[in-house]
Design a binder for this molecule. Sequence first.
Ligand SMILES: [Mg+2]
Length: 248
Amino acid sequence: MSAAFDPDGHNVPDDLVIFDLDDTLLDTSRGLRAARRRILETAFPGCERGQLVRAAVAWRATTLLYGDDRLHELLGVVAMVADLPLDRSLDWEGLRADYRRWQVGLTRPRTPVLLAARALKADGKGLAIVSNGEAGHQWEKIRRTGLDSLADAELIVVCDGRTLPLKPSPVAIHQVIRAAAARRAVLVGDRMTDVVAARLAGIPVVQIRSRGAEVERGVPLRRLTKPDILADSAGCYDAVTRVLDGRT
Ligand SMILES: [Mg+2]
């Protein structure tokens, strides 16, 4: 696909490929599970491995009730349903900081998707990243894994739910399409949140299979709305080029 030049001499791509971050460009779920194991070992000292596995299952099931920012309340539910004694004398602020540091430290790029992104960029496509989350945390992961070199700064957008509405709102998607002045766009993500956001934005969507560490919001919508292509991470490049070429 060719790229045009605007009157100011900037490279204006015809096509913009907008990537989700967590469990699309980054493998965050493995690090999240490992960080949770460390937290559970601290919060439930002396518990056996089987008990900690039960607690990890309970944590995953509790994620729609309490986010990880409410660690104290969340682990109270885990203690109750897994029937384990919670160490209530913990330094919760310190534990939250450790949890975040461990997660970031254990986050890795999802190599097949990153390679697809680089190949699409080499083809002349514009790239953008639109991610839900706390801005400081998301940017820490982006910088640590070098993803900030993938797209221009104005095309990397974190929806924090305050300054920008969270996906599935299409606001951030429209924002990066406008900023890139692209004629066509496609969203690549792993969750129903991404599928619904793309549909609301009026653009096609490639859903990449992933194994998230949290219960997924909006899962029942799977029966009602589908991505243009559901692909494994290794099929990302082909899926995106097929969607942009109208070969779905
Ligand atoms: Mg994701």
